[in-house]
Design a protein around this ligand. Structure first.
Ligand code: PBG
Length: 327
């Protein structure tokens, strides 16, 4: 027996919950989590998002309450998406000081701004009537440089409304540099930029289009978001450019289908790396769980641990408040 008898037995360290807890290599902390929230102008009751059970479009009141709950659970940050009552071709509501997102930023900051990082998604698709992330040329392309001017103005409006960080998500070339220059010029040199540096043209954003009412009226986002099958080091090129332009933290999005990309980015940069567990990732697990096909709570935790283990320091997830309470 002795010759073949295993001396090394990995199972020893797995024998009990306390042993497993002590040797864990990946730990989730509530402060690592960022909760995305939707605020819709002109509604009196929160509106459920059918494709994201448990997620709502908030009223001003329900948003304040949800923000307080997130803060009390210890969630690190929240990121706001605004849905205006009126949309136009240039997304005028996005940088209106009285636009819904700015109103919500002031509300939430007053409520919990000292207990949680309040930030805004800096983009145009929720605000344009055509649903694209920028200004269109007559032929219907997104005009990169005309869009940069809009993003710069939006970021300044968000900072003026108290956004503690801005998060440009439109994948325009030069967006971080344009926003950095505008913030600095307007006296907001201390407002950091979390750049959605690596964002794929993903089907996993599907349910978000309902939540944020921003489905493009024609075409898609594949001329600016990255091709899932694109050049292997394209993600690294995007993060290097963003860092050179002054990004303070970078993001990979979606998360679960791009764990390899998270790891590559983590190895490349020396700033915090965020990953966004997007609407489709949320919907898949909720839908399967609603059918009784999977163990919902375990699957949520396993997916978050995987994203963290891949190298994400921060995770944007619609389960942030729930998970923060559990850990
Ligand atoms: C753009 C934006 C999108 C998401 C976050 N910011 C939509 C898109 O790029 O098409 C998607 C988030 C999700 O799917 O949960 N403002």
């Amino acid at each position: 027996m002795s010759a073949e008898y295993p001396i090394a037995r990995p199972r020893r360290l797995r024998r009990s919950p306390v042993l497993r807890r002590m040797v864990a290599g990946t730990r989730l902390h509530a402060a690592d989590l960022i909760m995305p929230m939707f605020i819709k102008e002109g509604i009196t009751e929160p509106q459920p998002v059918a494709s994201m059970p448990g997620v709502v479009q908030h009223t001003r009141d329900s948003l304040r309450k949800a923000a307080r709950e997130a803060a009390e659970a210890g969630v690190g940050g929240l990121i706001l998406f605004g849905i205006p009552a009126v949309k136009d071709a240039r997304g005028s509501a996005a940088d209106d000081p009285d636009g819904i997102l700015q109103v919500a930023l002031r509300d939430v900051n007053a409520e919990v701004g000292d207990a949680i990082v309040v930030m805004a998604d800096t983009c145009l698709d929720e605000f344009t009537d055509h649903g694209h992330c920028g200004i269109l040329t007559p032929s219907g392309d997104v005009d990169n440089d005309a869009t940069l001017e809009r993003y710069a103005s939006i970021a300044v409006a968000q900072a003026a409304a108290g956004s503690q960080m801005v998060a440009p998500s439109g994948m325009m070339d030069g967006q971080v540099g344009a926003i950095r220059a505008a913030l600095d010029g307007a006296g907001y040199g201390n407002v950091p930029i979390l750049s959605y540096s690596v964002k794929y043209a993903s089907a996993f954003f599907g349910p978000f289009r309902e939540a944020a009412e921003c489905a493009p009226q024609f075409g898609d986002r594949s001329t600016h978001q990255q091709d899932p099958a694109g050049p292997l080091n394209e993600a690294l090129r995007e993060v290097r450019l963003d860092l050179a332009e002054g990004a303070d933290a970078v993001m990979v999005k979606p998360a679960l289908a791009y764990l390899d990309v998270i790891t590559r980015v983590r190895d490349e940069v020396d700033v915090p790396v965020a990953a966004y567990q997007v609407s489709g990732e949320y919907a898949m697990i909720e839908a399967a769980a609603a059918n009784g096909w999977v163990d919902r709570d375990r699957m949520i935790m396993e997916s978050l641990v995987a994203i963290k283990r891949a190298g994400a320091d921060l995770i944007l997830t619609y389960w942030a408040t729930e998970v923060a309470r559990r850990i």
